[in-house]
Design a protein. Structure first.
Length: 94
């Protein structure tokens, strides 16, 4: 049914420029790992999460080494830190 990863981040600032860079650079990088979709969601004044969908568990698990590299790169380029990351199989969808 699918596999999803979610990472939660805290930033000291969030600017329009950061969003533009994320859209132009990091979204394509994540999609190249085999993801079928990715959304970056603002969750508060300084919080955001990245929700990434994969067609199946094997594809999602195989992508995780590259995803870790992308997360590290993002944390190095933006004033933000990774708070937590979670992953699992989709149980129900609409």
């Amino acid at each position: 049914m699918g596999y999803v990863t979610v990472s939660h981040w805290t930033a000291t600032e969030m600017s329009d420029e950061m969003v533009e860079i994320a859209q132009a650079k990091f979204i394509p990088m994540v999609l190249k790992t085999g993801a079928s979709g990715v959304q970056m969601v603002r969750t508060g004044e300084s919080g955001m999460m990245v929700v990434t969908q994969y067609s199946d568990e094997a594809t999602g698990i195989a992508a995780q080494t590259k995803i870790a590299e992308i997360r590290s790169q993002a944390a190095g380029e933006f004033p933000m830190k990774l708070d937590s990351a979670h992953a699992g199989n989709v149980m129900a969808a609409g």
